[in-house]
Design a protein around this ligand. Structure first.
Ligand code: ZN
Length: 203
């Protein structure tokens, strides 16, 4: 089996898949023979993961793209829904916020900048009940804690008790939703095109 080998000062050996390629991280002094044996031992797992990834890629490629009109509709819907939810959670925490921007993005559900501006993905309008609130609650909590510390998550789950379930849903299904947006930005409604360069923190 082919693999990329990265040797370092680490004490243990590990294998992972990166973009479908097998990457092995091993201690500097580990003999090639032992590394090969390790890879062989995990060959079944590696092949299973590669197969899973192929299936995922096929699924993503087969996803039906949203039309410009559909995206524009989601954008309008998000503009009507999200600011109210932001106000609700911000009031709950007694915090101020800056600008709210709705965008169509393929990588983020929301973000919060150091200037307290909030950014949300219009694709949230396609998620099941509860998920919009969980993302809004997450970003609003960043107005209090600009990090992902235990304190931050304690705050999020306090104001949004359903947070974990909703976050799980996004992790499991979010990529398929984002794949519904064409890679060609020209197919997006102009007002929903993501602006670049604003620093925020990912969710
Ligand atoms: Zn965050």
């Amino acid at each position: 089996m082919d693999y990329q080998l990265i040797k370092s000062k680490r004490k243990t050996i590990s294998v992972e898949l990166k973009d479908g390629e097998v990457v092995v991280r091993a201690p500097n002094r580990m003999p090639k023979r032992d590394i090969n044996a390790f890879v062989e031992k995990h060959a079944d797992w590696i092949l299973r993961q590669q197969e899973k990834r192929r299936a995922e890629q096929q699924q993503l490629a087969a996803v039906e793209k949203l039309s410009e009109a559909e995206l524009a509709g989601l954008y309008e819907q998000a503009k009507a829904v999200i600011p109210d939810r932001v106000r609700y959670y911000a009031d709950l925490l007694g915090v101020d916020y800056g600008r709210i921007t709705i965008r169509c993005q393929k990588t983020r559900w929301g973000s919060c900048s150091a200037k307290k501006n909030l950014n949300f993905n219009c694709l949230l309008m396609l998620t099941p009940p509860g998920v919009i609130d969980s993302v809004v609650a997450h970003e609003v909590c960043h107005l209090v804690e600009m990090n992902h510390s235990d304190r931050f998550y304690a705050l999020v789950t306090r104001i949004c008790p359903d947070y974990r379930r909703c976050n799980r849903w996004l992790k499991d299904n979010g990529r398929l939703l984002m794949a519904r947006v064409s890679d060609d930005p020209k197919s997006l409604p102009p007002e929903a095109i993501p602006l670049s360069g604003e620093l925020g923190e990912d969710q």
